[in-house]
Design a binder for this molecule. Structure first.
Ligand code: 5GP
Length: 186
């Protein structure tokens, strides 16, 4: 049985929406990370992220609270040891939405438990369109996210699975089937 499912992919690849629906459908929790990024209007502190200042984040680092953390688009994001260890000890599956480096690091730490999934946008133009249409980021932020696209695409071969999100319904079904088969007790 696999317990830690990481989902990574370019910003705008549809990760958050997919994870949200999968977590409800499969009754699997989503890990809540800490971040120094500013809260978006629709986000809820403690549900989407724990929003903290740079100083608070630094103190969590100094207290060795994180199993992994990364600087993504200029902000810090981290997952606590406590969050991951809790689900591992309870033998309950957990979803984690991590950037590519974070996911590959977690896989190194827990090679037996982690299934790393890379969600690909069909192509660069599609990604650009999605980011512009969701209009939650400024132009500068969109540029930062797009510039990571090729870097992220280059790392995708290191993931256990790559799924192209060209059709939401079929991607959802594919992921659901894949995950269901892996959360069965051995
Ligand atoms: P956003 O600001 O759009 O919510 O997230 C930006 C990026 O940070 C996404 O790629 C997301 O997967 C990643 N991210 C969120 N939480 C964590 C975390 O705890 N660790 C790492 N390494 N990346 C994270």
């Amino acid at each position: 049985m696999k317990l830690l499912f990481t989902l990574s992919g370019s910003s705008g690849s549809g990760k958050t929406t997919l994870l949200d629906l999968l977590s409800r459908d499969l009754a699997i929790n989503i890990s809540v990370s800490y971040t120094t990024r500013e809260k978006r209007e629709y986000e809820v502190d403690g549900l989407h992220y724990y929003f903290v200042s740079k100083d608070e984040f630094d103190s969590l680092i100094n207290n060795d609270m994180f199993i992994e953390y990364e600087n993504v688009h200029g902000d810090l994001y981290g997952t606590t040891k406590e969050e991951v260890e809790h689900y591992l000890s309870e033998r309950k599956p957990l979803f984690l939405e991590l950037d590519v480096k974070g996911a590959l690091n977690l896989k190194k730490i827990y090679p037996e438990d982690v299934v790393s999934i890379f969600l690909s946008a069909p192509n660069f133009n599609e990604l650009e369109n999605r980011l512009i249409h969701r209009s939650s980021e400024s132009e500068e932020e969109i540029e930062k996210r797009l510039s990571r696209f090729s870097e992220e695409e280059n790392l995708k071969k290191e993931f256990d699975y790559t799924v192209i999100n060209d059709n939401f319904e079929s991607t959802f079904e594919e992921l659901k089937k894949m995950i269901l088969s892996m959360i069965k007790e051995d």
